[in-house]
Design a protein around this ligand. Structure first.
Ligand code: FNR
Length: 190
C-alpha cells in the first residue's frame, strides 16, 4: 500500500519558490508515495501556558498534530532566513514536539530540501533543521543532499519547474526517499 507523506513548506507566501519545488517533487515521485500538504501558517506561536495547568490546547495545534501523526513520513521544504530556519517552520516543529513525551515526530522517516534564489541553496537552514531532527528522533535521509540554489530561474511563467537538471534531481531524490521510508518505518516513540 502507498505511504502517506506529510509536506511542510517553510514559506508562507503564495508565490514561494520553495512551495513550487515541493509541488514539482510531488509530480515526480514514485506512485508508492502519496502526499498531503500540512499548513503551518495559522499555528499560534508555541506557548506552554496555552496547554498546561488545565488549559486546552489551541484547536489549530491539535489538528496539526493529528495530521502529522496520520502520516508515514515527513518532508521538510525550507527557505533560508538569516542563515537559519524560518520562524514559522520552527514554530510548527516546536508545536509538534509537545506536550513533553507526546511528540509527533519520533520515528517518522524524514527528508529535508532547502531552496533559495541564492547560490548556497539554503545550506544554513538545511543544517539547522537537521540539528532539531536529531533531538526529535526523526530518521533523516542523508543522501542525496538537496540544496536547491538559483531558485528564481527554475520556473516558467506558469510557475512550473522548467529546469531539466532539477527535475532529474528531484526524481532521484524522491526515489531515494521512497526507499528510505520503506526501510525506516517504525512505530512512533519506539
Ligand atoms: C531571506 N532570504 C535569504 N536567502 C538566503 O539564501 N539566505 C538567507 O539567509 C536569507 N535570509 C532571508 C531572511 C528573510 C527574513 C527573508 C524574508 C528572506 C531570501 C530568501 O531566500 C527569498 O526571499 C526566497 O524567495 C524565500 O523563499 P520562498 O518564499 O520563495 O519560498
Amino acid at each position: 500500500t502507498a505511504k502517506k507523506i506529510g509536506i511542510l513548506v517553510g514559506s508562507l507566501r503564495k508565490d514561494s519558490y520553495t512551495r513550487k519545488v515541493a509541488q514539482a517533487l510531488v509530480s515526480l515521485a514514485p506512485s508508492t508515495l502519496t502526499f498531503e500538504f500540512i499548513d503551518i501558517g495559522e499555528l499560534p506561536l508555541y506557548n506552554q501556558d496555552l496547554e498546561e495547568n488545565g488549559a486546552v490546547a489551541p484547536a489549530a495545534w491539535t489538528a496539526f498534530r493529528q495530521r502529522v501523526q496520520g502520516c508515514d513520513g515527513v518532508l521538510f521544504f525550507t527557505p533560508e532566513y538569516n542563515r537559519s530556519v524560518p520562524a514559522a517552520l520552527k514554530n510548527a516543529i516546536d508545536v509538534g514536539s509537545r506536550p513533553y513525551g507526546s511528540s509527533v515526530w519520533g520515528g517518522k522517516p524524514g527528508a529535508i530540501l532547502s531552496v533559495s534564489p541564492g547560490a548556497i541553496g539554503g545550506f544554513g537552514a538545511n543544517h539547522h533543521l537537521r540539528q532539531s531532527m536529531v533531538f526529535l528522533d526523526v530518521p533523516l535521509l542523508q543522501q542525496p543532499e538537496a540544496y536547491i540554489g538559483g531558485a528564481a530561474k527554475l520556473f516558467d511563467d506558469s510557475g512550473k519547474l522548467a529546469n531539466e537538471g532539477t527535475q532529474q534531481f528531484l526524481q532521484k531524490f524522491a526515489a531515494a526517499y521512497a526507499h528510505w521510508v520503506d526501510t525506516n518505518a517504525r512505530p512512533a516513540n519506539a
